[in-house]
Ligand binder design. Structure first.
Ligand code: AMP
Length: 295
C-alpha cells in the first residue's frame, strides 16, 4: 500500500494504473461505515484509492473543524488490512494553496435540509469532491447513504460537470442499537449516547407504518416526530419526507419512493439519519438506483 501526500506523486501513481479504479473519499477517523465502502470498492476494482482529507471549506467558522477527530496512523493500518492500494492524504495547503479562488456551486438541492442549516457546507463538499475526482479519476466513486443529501449533490455535480464516472451508494452501517456510525459519535456523553438511537427508532416506526399502507406525508413525519419527542435529550432540527432526487418535500400521498431524513441536536452534537421508503430500497442496488436519480 502507498500513502501519498503530494499531487505530483498521486498523478504519477494514477497515470500507470490500468483497469477499474474505485475511490472512497473520507475525512478519516475511520469506522465500519467507511470500511464497508472500502471493502465494496476492493471487491469491484483493480485498484482502490481512499482519500483522507478534513476539508476546511465544508465547515462553517462556528463548527468543529479544529476538534474533528483525527486518527491517521490508525486509519492507515486499518486501510492496509482492508487491502486498499493507495491512501491519498494531502495537506490543506496542497488542496487550497494561497491564491485559491475556485468553487463549485450546485444550486437547488444544496438549499434544503443540511444546506439550510449549514450555509456553504455543500459548496465546500462539491468543490473538494470535484478536485478529488480530477486528481484520482475514479471509474467508480463510493459514497455512504448516511450522508444522503451529499449523494444527491455529488450526483448532480457529476452529471452537470460531465465527470466520466459512476457513483455507488452504500447502505448505512449501524451500531448494535441502531445508531448510525459516525466519526462525530465520539462527542456524545454517555446519557446522550443512550438517547441517540431514537433517531433510528423514529425512522423504523415511520417505515413500518408506511409498510402497513400509510402514505400521508404529514402523518409519517408526525409519527417520526413523536418518537423523537419521547427523548428529552434530543432536539429535532428537521424531519423531512422528500423526493429522493430533488429533495422537495412531499405534500400529497404517493407511492413513489421518498427519503425520510432526520437531523437532531444532542447538546452541541448534531446527528443525522435517513431511510428510503419503501424500506426494501435501502440496499446498495435500491439506494444507487434511487438517491439523486431523477424519477
Ligand atoms: P466522512 O468521513 O464522514 O466524510 O464520510 C466518508 C464517507 O463515508 C461518506 O460517503 C459517508 O457517507 C460514508 N459514511 C459515513 N458514515 C457511514 C455509515 N455509518 N455507513 C456507511 N457509510 C458511511
Amino acid at each position: 500500500m502507498q500513502v501519498i501526500e503530494t499531487i505530483e506523486a498521486l498523478r504519477a501513481a494514477r497515470r500507470i494504473l490500468h483497469g477499474r479504479v474505485g475511490v472512497v473519499p473520507t475525512m478519516g477517523a475511520l469506522h465500519e461505515g467507511h470500511l464497508s465502502l472500502a471493502r465494496l470498492a476492493r471487491a469491484e476494482n483493480e485498484t482502490v484509492i481512499v482519500t483522507i482529507f478534513v476539508n476546511p471549506t465544508q465547515f462553517a467558522a462556528s463548527e468543529d473543524l479544529a476538534k474533528y477527530p483525527r486518527t491517521l496512523a490508525q486509519d492507515i493500518a486499518t486501510l492496509e488490512a482492508a487491502g486498499v492500494d493507495v491512501i491519498f492524504t494531502p495537506s490543506t495547503d496542497l488542496i487550497y494553496p494561497s491564491g485559491y479562488q475556485t468553487y463549485v456551486e450546485v444550486e437547488q438541492v444544496t438549499q434544503r435540509l443540511e444546506g439550510a442549516i449549514r450555509p456553504g457546507h455543500f459548496r465546500g463538499v462539491a468543490t473538494v469532491v470535484a478536485k478529488l475526482f480530477n486528481l484520482t479519476q475514479p471509474t467508480t466513486a463510493y459514497f455512504g447513504q448516511k450522508d444522503a443529501q451529499q449523494v444527491v449533490v455529488i450526483r448532480r455535480m457529476a452529471a452537470d460537470l460531465n465527470f466520466p464516472l459512476e457513483i455507488t451508494v452504500c447502505p448505512t452501517i449501524r451500531e448494535f442499537d441502531g445508531l448510525a456510525m459516525s466519526s462525530r459519535n465520539v462527542y456524545l456523553s454517555p446519557e446522550q449516547r443512550i438517547a441517540a438511537p431514537a433517531l433510528c427508532r423514529a425512522m423504523i416506526a415511520a417505515a413500518e407504518t408506511y409498510e402497513a399502507g400509510e402514505r400521508e406525508p404529514e402523518r409519517l413525519r408526525a409519527l417520526a416526530a413523536s418518537v423523537l419527542a419521547a427523548e428529552p435529550l434530543i432536539e429535532p432540527e428537521y424531519i423531512s419526507l422528500a423526493h429522493p432526487a430533488t429533495l422537495v418535500e412531499a405534500e400529497a400521498a404517493t407511492n413513489d419512493p421518498l427519503l425520510l431524513s432526520l437531523a437532531a441536536r444532542l447538546g452541541t452534537t448534531r446527528l443525522l439519519d435517513n431511510i428510503l421508503l419503501p424500506a426494501r430500497l435501502n440496499d446498495r442496488q435500491g439506494l444507487t438506483a434511487t438517491l439523486g436519480v431523477p424519477a
